[in-house]
Design a binder for this molecule. Sequence first.
Ligand SMILES: [Zn+2]
Length: 112
Amino acid sequence: MNVSEPAVMTFDRLRTYADCTDADGCWEWKRGKSSGYGRVRVGGKRGQVYRAHRLAYELVNGPIPDGAVVMHACDNPPCINPAHLIVGTQGENIADRDLKGHGWWTRKKGTP
Ligand SMILES: [Zn+2]
């Protein structure tokens, strides 16, 4: 798969599918969603469907390692802002949830 092929999908194009008015805030996906996550088809009618935040991560940072998950530091599934996306394992995802309330993302949202 080469999603960074300009003819297939670019990050600039992906961004137009989300609300990116606040550069530092959450970029909420405006198109189709499944389970709260943005979803996008790449490559036309017979193309493959990707989760929008995973695609955003790959377009900016390169391929996601096998078995890794892309997590939202902001805890906002439709968000595709690469600055809010972190890659980790499923185990880390659970540990991350346990730590909620102590991280920068909580302060950023203005909650104590
Ligand atoms: Zn976000």
